[in-house]
Design a protein around this ligand. Structure first.
Ligand code: CA
Length: 185
């Protein structure tokens, strides 16, 4: 006989999946909290506590098989070894379009804009709630799964990237220009 009993944590059950998230954060307490929150949602997580380790993991993921790959990066800005902005810039320069949620203690508009201009997909200012972080991760992964961030939506010519889905152009890793909505990509 079929059981109609609703399992505990039923609110999370629909989000159980195998998405793999890399968390790059040098503050142990914050990193542990993020790990816990995302694992509770059913995500598989990997961690890096400095920029160099993060870059190595991401570079290996690019050239490795699917079991080494990541679906999303939660990336702190102020990191030892390599700054979060430089990681973001380098990944985009290399044509890596993995969704990036940038974390920062800096709340100024300039910092947020800079983070987004170097290629972050979303930006969260510390302190933030774990619920909001999880919701934003989920939204980015949903966008990705619907194909908004697929390779086919990015065209590259030298150091110019045309993001056709979002109608924006990134030039020399930092400049961002919004194209008219009716732009024919
Ligand atoms: Ca930090």
């Amino acid at each position: 006989m079929l059981s109609l009993e609703v399992p505990q944590n039923s609110s999370n059950s629909e989000f159980v999946h195998n998405n793999r998230i890399l968390i790059v954060e040098d503050e142990d307490v914050i990193r542990d909290m993020i790990v816990l929150a995302l694992e509770e949602e059913g995500y598989e997580v990997a961690v890096a506590s400095d920029g160099r380790v993060a870059l190595n993991l991401l570079q290996n993921a690019t050239s490795g098989g699917s079991e080494n790959s990541f679906d999303l990066v939660v990336l702190d800005l102020m990191l030892p070894q390599v700054h979060g902005l430089d990681i973001c810039r380098l990944l985009r320069y290399q044509g890596n379009i993995i969704p990036i949620l940038m974390l920062s203690a800096k709340a100024s508009e300039t910092d947020r804009v800079l983070g987004l201009e170097v290629g972050a997909d979303d930006y969260l200012t510390k302190p933030f709630s774990m619920r909001e972080l999880v919701a934003r991760c989920r939204a980015l992964l949903r966008r990705q799964s619907f194909g908004a961030l697929t390779q086919s939506s990015v065209r590259k010519y030298r150091d110019i990237y045309l993001y056709t889905q979002e109608c924006r152009v990134v030039v020399r890793m930092k400049r961002l220009i919004y194209l008219p909505k009716n732009f024919d990509c």
